[in-house]
Design a protein around this ligand. Structure first.
Ligand code: C5P
Length: 289
């Protein structure tokens, strides 16, 4: 069974406060992309969870979120486990702020429940997904969502224009706990008043300049402080291209936003010749049918 596992970017991420459980309460606007991983899931009689990939550094043992998702699903659903193999064709970089691991796990969860006649249903799947991470629940129905809590509460879904993004993958990942811990030390910035509401209505228009002025990420300063080389890269790219560069989640992916695919492709080619050490992809809004 072939499964597409989309990446997400955060177009808005505002941290409200640190909670007593150590997580940060936030409001975020997550946006699914047509860029992602391809998974091939096979049911067999091996009695084992077998993960395979040709990615050189992806963990394929019980620390992989797909492994945890399969284990959790069969333990909590009561469905007898016979054996599953998943081949992960990994295109989403690891520790990149694109939700790759969460997306893989929840894409598999959804497929398992569909295969077993939806016996868990959406509410139980939400609970299962939230046990696997903070930005997981979003991937039960990827699209454009405002999420709250530690990221796991889906608050509102809405339609968006078909935006085009150039994703910039620096040659290193960012540790999410490290970036969040720097944020506590540097709690200085707040988003402009009503920017989330304005962003929601702007997403439905095609006006890229307005969208660019509203994209906001509370974690950006913390990520740049934790990874100065990320800051240098973002500044250099902004200076050379005169385009705004944004950070997704806790990094390390940077992105630019365009209204037309041709513009995004031209920018990707330009970046490839000017900053050859880094990798790039052109992605577009995941359009919900
Ligand atoms: O839930 P997830 O595994 O994505 O979180 C990784 C780490 O990021 C957490 O252990 C925590 O340090 C930090 N985090 C946080 N507040 C959030 C989400 C993540 O502090 N809302």
């Amino acid at each position: 069974m072939h499964l597409f596992s989309p990446a997400k970017i955060n177009l808005y991420l505002d941290i409200l406060h640190k909670r007593t459980d150590g997580f940060h309460e936030l409001v975020t606007l997550m946006h699914a992309l047509n860029f992602g991983d391809d998974l091939e899931l096979t049911f067999n009689d091996s009695g084992k969870i077998i993960l395979k990939s040709d990615h050189p550094s992806l963990p394929l043992d019980s620390t992989n979120l797909i492994w945890k998702a399969i284990d959790l699903y069969y333990r909590l659903s009561g469905v007898p486990f016979k054996g599953i193999e998943v081949f992960i064709d990994k295109k989403i970089p690891i520790a990149a702020g694109l939700g790759g691991g969460s997306s893989n796990a929840v894409t598999v969860l959804r497929a398992l429940d569909q295969h077993h006649g939806n016996i868990m249903g959406i509410e139980k799947l939400e609970v299962l997904a939230s046990l696997l991470g903070s930005d997981t629940v979003f991937f039960l129905d990827p699209g454009t969502w405002v999420c709250g809590g530690r990221g796991e509460k889906r608050i509102k879904k809405f339609k968006s224009q078909e935006w085009h993004f150039v994703l910039i993958f620096p040659p290193f990942g960012c540790s999410t706990p490290k970036v969040y811990s720097q944020y506590i030390l540097n709690l200085t910035n707040r988003p402009p008043e009503n920017s989330l509401q304005t962003l929601e209505s702007t997403l439905a228009t095609g006006k890229v300049k307005e969208l660019g002025a509203l994209v906001y990420n509370s974690l950006q300063d913390a990520a740049f402080k934790s990874y100065p080389e990320l800051w240098t890269l973002a500044l250099e790219m902004e200076q050379k291209t005169r385009e705004k560069v944004f950070l997704s989640g806790s990094g390390s992916t940077l992105f630019m936003v365009f209204d037309r695919r041709e513009k995004a492709l031209t920018m990707k080619e330009r970046l490839e010749s000017d900053f050859e050490k880094n990798a790039y992809a052109v992605a577009q809004t995941w359009m919900v049918q």
